[in-house]
Write a protein that binds this ligand. Structure first.
Ligand code: BEZ
Ligand code: FE
Length: 284
């Protein structure tokens, strides 16, 4: 009889899945069950710890709403979002790398004229962002859509402060012309804590970790025939670069922020986006 026993627990549970007609369900669930059982055995999980975990997951679900996704935040701080991205979006040498999407993108931002200002309040140090969207050979890409969003000078996105910030503050969409170039004026962003007033924040505290992300500006760059690029550029020199709460930093995404002589744009951050064609074969 295949009754439950500790020494063969995963094998016994997995033997019941053999009737599924979906081989991927079989593969994923049997691996998950094997790792989960081995985890509990390795740490000798106590009954209290199991109850704590159930309560934690329950509260994580209860914290979720239309505006808050605590489960994705959990995945982010465990480095799991970055791992899934790395598995699914390997990029060839020379292409701009992906990083975590985050919860603060809002679809339908205003389309703005090239060079326009995205900061709609009088806060922060202004920064000229400019560069080119190219293919892997350096040819400019016409018609690339650059969707940009960042926090304000106090570390909040507009959607976190709907009564204090103008709608679409520090957001905009720009479309490149035949030279592939883009430019706009935003602010030099600041580091900020991820939402840490829920179970994920408690978990970070218990693990002795801070909730901060190094200052960054988000970009979603798309162009027909090219893989979607979800990325940030990070402010060089930020003290949180090596301890980003969600592990989003990559060397290639740290951009220069150069001081200018110009009163209108105190900083300048040059950065080129290199897109990968759909046809490119992964080398991994
Ligand atoms: C963000 O950069 O907006 C972000 C990413 C992951 C979790 C929380 C915030
Ligand atoms: Fe962010």
């Amino acid at each position: 009889m295949n009754y439950f026993r500790k020494d063969r627990s995963d094998e016994i549970v997995n033997s019941r899945t053999s009737n599924t007609s979906n081989p991927r369900v079989q593969e994923v669930m049997s691996s998950l069950i094997r790792h989960l059982h081995n985890f509990a055995k390795e740490v000798e999980l106590t009954q209290e710890e199991w109850e704590h975990a159930v309560d934690f997951l329950t509260r994580t679900g209860q914290k979720c709403s239309g505006e808050r996704q605590e489960f994705i935040l959990l995945s982010d701080v465990l480095g799991f979002s970055m791992l899934v991205d790395a598995i699914n979006n390997p990029r060839p040498e020379g292409a701009t790398e992906n990083t975590v999407f985050g919860p603060f993108h809002v679809a339908g931002a205003p389309e703005r004229e090239m060079g326009a200002r995205i900061t709609l309040e009088d806060k922060g140090e202004s920064c000229l962002y400019e560069g080119c969207v190219t293919d892997l050979d350096g040819n400019p890409i016409k018609g690339a859509r650059i969707d940009v969003w960042s926090d304000n000078a106090e570390g909040f996105y507009d959607v976190q402060q709907p009564d204090e910030q103008p709608k679409w503050n520090n957001r905009g969409i720009f479309t490149t012309g035949s030279d592939g170039r883009y430019s706009f004026i935003g602010i030099r962003p600041v580091s900020y804590p991820i939402p840490d007033d829920g179970p994920v924040g408690e978990m970070l505290k218990a693990m002795g970790r801070h909730p901060y992300r190094p200052a960054h500006t988000h970009f979603l760059v798309t162009a027909p025939g090219y893989q979607k690029l979800v990325t940030h550029i990070f402010v060089s020199g930020d003290p949180y670069l090596s301890t980003d709460a969600v592990f989003g930093v990559k060397d290639s995404l740290i951009a220069p922020y150069e001081r200018t002589e110009n009163a209108e744009t105190v900083w300048r951050s040059p950065f080129n986006f290199v897109l990968t064609p759909f046809s490119h074969k992964s080398t991994q």
